[in-house]
Design a protein around this ligand. Structure first.
Ligand code: ADP
Length: 548
């Protein structure tokens, strides 16, 4: 017997319709590439998304055709999120920090038909357009009078002239909720990038889940700043969850330096912000140097790479901001776990609570997870056993776009497929996940594993250290030994010996790095994460000290 509820597909267009009707006057504030502040509302974004849909209808595109963006976080990008997906096309957000050759490669692989780009990326588009054979039209996200002349880019129009004259009425089509809605390529640190292809259904379910109290706790009372980019994994789903809850959205545009982000938080009374640790590092540095405090920020979700305990403590103790440590990946839309305490933890002393907050947290309903040993046997949830982390759920990929890389899933005894995350983790009895490392970064020393994250976290707790990266170096006796590469703070002073002494008592003796290498900068990848592959290349020829 079937249930007797209405059969209504979960479609992204319903989010913008809801936001327009129920939260029409909630604000969308954007710092534009031009530097000025632009203000609009959910109502206006809905109208303009329909204008985008009408402009797309005039392009004679097919259902599921890909429309690419190279854009910062801003209202026009938001309109494309809804106009493109809502009308049955696929929004392909391209990470502008990728190498131009890689951008051309993925635009061709995705068979993008139109590319919409912020004017800051004009030189990039000029560099790649000749290699992008499938793109028929280029749309510069600007007013008609700002359209560059003699750019050399064929079929270039301004966004405002392209969509501005179109009607603001449009009947969003109804189709299968499993249809593709957007796509995002992984960074491809090994081999060519592969694309996660999200569906309307996966996006809506993820949007519901992300808004839950033990996840981001988004509401119509929030002013939300996604510093995480809309060009990578849909800014962690915030543009959708904000429409679902009617939250105010604040977009930072290209200005991601500590001063600009801090000023925007204060000016727009931001209550909730999301970002990767490297962005917050810049902002905390700016605040500490200038003796600043937040007046409205209450919570921040930090993920994408391990959040150093020193950062969690700084937010909590110096500024009274709750840090929600989160873990996820492109293939997971991206949210997997978030760290919030359970009722029984509330009576624990603050140090014990802090120890829990350091973990990456509990699975969100919709994400199943397990850790397994090398033979695929499930390991206990005791907080000690570590193994390969596998996940499954309705917003986790089952395969990559165009079947690239074959079937990624590992079947269990019941034949259900699990996605291997490439992370090594522990899970404790309360279900709190702790990422030990990426499996390719873990340091294998004398048959034991050393977590590079643990080694980095200790260095980051030293007051003179701005950034730290731990890598393994080949060792004749132990296979590999850890060294820590360190960038000092501008006025920070610490010697190799002092830093090594700082490790004493904070980790097992055999886990203490064999050496400290001071550098001016550590290479970061396209999503602001430490690029260990590049760092290892830079260290080629490096010799461990004789004593090691
Ligand atoms: P890419 O770096 O290729 O863009 P993702 O953005 O999907 O890929 O990154 C996913 C990976 O980032 C995870 O598999 C994990 O290794 C790492 N990661 C994400 N969040 C955290 C976290 N809070 N702590 C530790 N590692 C994390």
């Amino acid at each position: 017997m079937l249930g007797l509820m209405q059969d209504q597909p979960l479609l992204i267009s319903s989010l913008i319709e809801f936001a327009e009707r129920h939260h029409g006057d909630a604000e969308i504030v954007s710092r534009r590439a031009e530097g000025d502040i632009h203000r609009t509302t959910w109502r206006e974004v809905a109208v303009r998304s329909r204008q985008v849909a009408n402009a797309l209808e005039a392009e004679q595109l097919l259902f599921s055709d890909r429309i690419a963006t190279l854009a910062w976080n801003g209202y026009r990008h938001l309109e494309l999120y809804y106009g493109v997906s809502g009308s049955g096309k696929v929004l392909h957000t391209i990470n502008p920090r990728l190498h131009p050759d890689q951008i051309a490669w993925i635009a061709n692989h995705a068979e993008d038909q139109i590319l919409c780009f912020d004017l800051n990326f004009l030189p990039l588009v000029q560099a790649v357009h000749a290699k992008c054979g499938t793109i028929k039209k280029y749309v510069a996200l600007c007013d008609a009078d700002k359209l560059p002349v003699d750019s050399g880019i064929p079929n270039l129009v301004s966004y405002e002239s392209w969509m501005g004259s179109r009607p603001g009425t449009y009947a969003w089509p109804t189709f299968d909720e499993n249809s593709a809605s957007s796509m995002c390529y992984t960074s491809g640190t090994t081999g060519n990038p592969k694309a996660a292809l999200y569906s309307h259904r996966s996006t809506i379910l993820h949007a519901y889940a992300a808004a839950l109290p033990d996840v981001m706790a988004l509401s119509a009372r929030d002013s939300v700043l996604p510093v995480v980019p809309m060009f990578h994994v849909n800014a962690w789903g915030i543009p959708y969850s904000a429409a679902l809850t009617g939250a105010k959205l604040v977009f930072p545009g290209p200005a991601l330096d500590g001063k600009s982000v801090f000023e925007l938080i204060e000016a727009e009374k931001v209550s909730f912000a999301a970002g990767v640790p490297t962005v917050w590092q810049m902002m905390l540095g700016h605040m500490q140097a200038n003796g600043l405090k937040f007046s409205t920020l209450k919570r921040t979700v930090i993920g994408g790479s391990a959040c150093p305990p020193a950062m969690i403590n700084a937010f909590q103790q110096l500024y009274g901001v709750d840090v929600l440590h989160a873990w996820g990946m492109t293939e997971m839309s991206p949210l997997g776990t978030l760290c919030t305490l359970k009722n029984k933890h509330l009576s624990l002393p603050s140090e014990a609570q802090t120890a829990i907050r350091m973990k990456q947290g509990r699975a969100i309903f919709g994400v199943d997870m397990k850790i397994v040993d090398g033979d695929g046997n499930e390991l206990p949830w005791d907080g000690k056993a570590y193994g390969d982390l596998l996940v499954k759920g309705p917003w986790i990929v089952k395969e990559y776009f165009k079947g690239e890389g074959g079937d990624p899933l590992l079947p269990d005894a019941e034949g259900r497929g699990w996605f291997p995350t490439g992370d090594v983790a522990t899970i404790d009895a309360d279900g709190f996940l702790q990422i030990t490392d990426r499996s390719k970064d873990v340091i294998k020393s004398g048959g034991e594993w050393i977590s590079s994250i643990d080694i980095e976290n200790i260095a980051m707790a030293h007051p003179a250290v701005a950034m730290a990266a731990c890598v393994g170096v080949a060792h004749p006796k132990w296979d590999e030994r850890p060294i820590v590469v360190v960038v000092k703070k501008p006025n920070g002073e610490v010697s190799r010996e002092e830093l090594l002494a700082f490790y004493q008592g904070k980790t097992a003796k055999w886990q203490i790095p064999d050496d400290v290498v001071f550098v001016e900068a550590i290479p970061l990848g396209a999503t602001g994460k430490i690029l260990k592959t590049r760092l290892r290349e830079q260290l080629r020829g490096y010799q461990l000290p004789q004593s090691a």
